[in-house]
Design a protein around this ligand. Structure first.
Ligand SMILES: NC(=O)c1cnc(OC2CCCC2)nc1N
Length: 325
């Protein structure tokens, strides 16, 4: 392999990853699909010619791999906790009172949309994605690394050689869900009931080439990392994750207490149907990590977070449920 070919292969890999980041994470495409495709074809040709030089973060990993026999089990070194629920303003008032009583100093909160998908853990070693796993029961999940590699907004390589685990929610955007169900109807296949079910089915595929066609996405919202990184709060962590190229939800708010928590609930209750993804509530978290540590967690859930759940909507009559005769 000539030095010029190797340089071209590496440059194309980096360029295409940058274009994909602009398109899928920043939602600000900088080249046309045709230009991207032309560069991508040039890279595929070089990779076919020099398979030993395919880069770990090559976009050609996004198309998925051959079928596996089954999903391996993965043990979470740090358990993936679940969330206690709140159903009304009184429940939130209790959460605010108890979190303030058990913390030193004033407590501020972060409000995050509760994405209706499935939790995932992404482990990076030396800045490269080495493993992705479902939450499972919080202790044991399933290895979905090959499938997660096909999710365009998941960085395969970080800008720094970090050893870090980040956690978030994999979801299927409403547009992808509608297109998928339309295609399945056209093929006489059963349709999925909702985006969450279709995301769960898509991310647990044994053949990640199928996952690659499902156009999944992910928002990251927590992590397991060394205190050396100097991240002191949820809001600071999210800003740093964004800088590292992770997809972070843009509706996250800093909140001072019950009043603006409830304002946020009311605002998102009216806006939720206009969002391009399903949410089933709002997650409120104590912002400061030291205060989170003071509050600790029960076996199942942190005391420093709570999930306000939107009231279940009476299922609007589906057009096909109407008796026309
Ligand atoms: N579905 C979500 O959008 C969501 C889920 N979980 C969390 O936080 C974890 C981290 C600590 C316990 C729960 N945040 C979220 N935004």
């Amino acid at each position: 392999m000539s030095k010029a070919d190797l340089r071209r292969l590496v440059d194309l890999t980096d360029q295409l990853n940058q274009y994909a980041y602009q398109y899928y994470v920043l939602d600000q495409p900088t080249i046309t699909d045709a230009e991207y495709d032309q560069l991508y074809q040039e890279l595929l040709a070089l990779e076919a010619q020099y398979p030993d030089y395919v880069q770990a973060d090559s976009p050609s990993h996004r198309v998925g791999m051959l079928a596996q026999s089954g999903l391996e089990k993965v043990t979470h070194e740090t358990p993936m906790l679940s969330l206690a629920n709140a159903f009304n303003q009184e429940d939130l008032a209790r959460f605010v009172a108890s979190s303030q009583a058990a913390s030193e100093g004033p407590v501020t909160y972060v409000g995050e949309l509760k994405i209706d998908g499935l939790s995932v853990s992404l482990r990076y070693q030396d800045g490269r994605l080495v493993q992705a796993a479902t939450r499972g029961d919080g202790q044991i999940g399933e290895d979905i690394t090959n499938n997660v590699r096909t999710i365009a907004s998941v960085p395969l390589k970080l800008p720094e050689p970090l050893d870090i685990e980040v956690r978030g929610e994999i979801f299927m955007p409403k547009a992808s869900f509608l297109a998928l169900n339309q295609a399945r109807e056209d093929q006489g296949l059963p349709t999925f009931a909702n985006p969450r079910n279709s995301a769960a089915g898509s991310i647990r595929q044994l053949d990640s080439r199928i996952t690659a066609q499902r156009k999944l996405d992910v928002f990251l919202y927590s992590g397991v990392f060394s205190p050396d990184l100097g991240l002191a709060s949820q809001s600071q962590m999210l800003a740093q994750f964004k800088e590292w190229g992770f997809h972070i939800n843009d509706q996250t708010r800093s909140l001072t207490g019950l009043a603006d928590m409830w304002d946020f609930v009311e605002e998102m209750t009216s806006q939720r149907h206009d969002l391009p993804y399903d949410i089933d509530g709002i997650v409120f978290k104590v912002d400061d990590f030291d205060q989170q540590a003071q509050l600790g967690h029960t076996v199942k859930a942190p005391r420093w977070a709570i999930a306000y759940k939107f009231p279940a909507e009476e299922q609007a009559t589906r057009i096909r449920d109407i008796e026309w005769t």
